[in-house]
Write a protein that binds this ligand. Structure first.
Ligand code: ADP
Ligand code: MG
Length: 263
């Protein structure tokens, strides 16, 4: 109607897999930057105590005044913890090593599973996408991310044991759906670090597609050295080397994520 402005709410996506080294952080940073380059307003939330998204996007941890720890534990307003990045349309709520204590400190706290959801509720009108980079565990920080999220993006490394642990992750997702966040969906499954020269990689792709079917993104992320170099320069790959294969595939993924939201 006339005079009524519809403010679209951010889609909140948790990038989750309790295995380390599967490409969660690489995907958070580079999908975030790619969505931003498509003109979307993107907020990264680093909820991994290792803080790799924070440093990978070029934030000097010494300059961080409020981090996600303060938001989740100390009731600092989320908006006060947002920092701009050098990338247009891309902001971050950073993590510092302080967050390492949060997993334990959350245990006796009231409403411990819903603290992140409540904290970011007011930000939903200000962004198109909020990407939460999860730690490599299924502890309370990951549960907070799953409770705050609309959907989960699961990166799976095309390696031996790729499917190991996935049933545990899916079970955690089901428990969160049942008790904390009935809207939670699987956004998509992303195959990462694919090497077409190995039979193993090809086999993993087949197995994952058999299991997750249409949930698997068409975009498959290959091994690309630029993707592993970019974080040490504090840049997403589309800035570090825009013509690299790594940059191309994360742009493809961003377009795929955008088109899913429209479907
Ligand atoms: P996680 O956050 O799940 O622990 P990372 O995103 O940090 O995983 O990735 C683990 C390591 O692999 C990092 O050193 C990263 O730079 C590297 N890496 C991730 N994806 C790729 C890729 N597609 N090609 C090459 N190296 C990658
Ligand atoms: Mg990580």
């Amino acid at each position: 109607g006339e005079g009524i402005e519809v403010v679209p709410l951010a889609r909140v996506i948790a990038v989750t897999n309790q295995k380390g080294g599967v490409g969660k952080t690489t995907t958070s940073v580079n999908l975030g930057a790619a969505l931003a380059s498509l003109g979307r307003r993107v907020l990264l939330i680093d909820i991994d105590p290792q803080g790799n998204t924070t440093s990978g996007i070029g934030i000097n941890k010494a300059d961080v005044k409020h981090c996600i720890y303060d938001v989740v534990i100390n009731d600092v307003s989320a908006v006060d913890a947002i920092l701009p990045t050098r990338t247009e349309n891309l902001s971050i709520i950073p993590a510092t090593i302080q967050l390492a204590g949060a997993e334990i400190e959350l245990v006796p706290i009231m409403s411990r599973e819903v603290r992140l959801r409540r904290a970011i509720q007011s930000l939903r009108g200000s962004f198109d996408y909020i990407l939460i980079d999860c730690p490599p565990s299924l502890g309370l920080l990951t549960v907070n991310a799953l409770t705050a999220a609309d959907s989960v993006l699961i990166p799976i490394q095309c390696e031996y044991y790729a499917l190991e642990g996935l049933s545990q992750l899916l079970n955690t997702i089901r428990l969160v759906q049942k008790h904390l966040n009935s809207r939670l969906q699987v956004e998509g499954v992303l195959l990462t670090m694919f090497d077409a020269r190995t039979n193993l990689g090809v086999q993993v792709v087949e197995d994952v597609k058999k299991y997750f079917r249409e949930k698997v993104y068409k975009t498959i992320i290959p091994r690309n050295v630029r993707l592993s170099e970019a974080p040490s320069h504090g840049m997403p790959v589309i800035e570090y080397d825009p013509r690299s294969r790594g940059a191309e595939v994360y742009m493809d993924l961003a377009r795929e994520v955008v088109s899913h939201g429209q479907g």
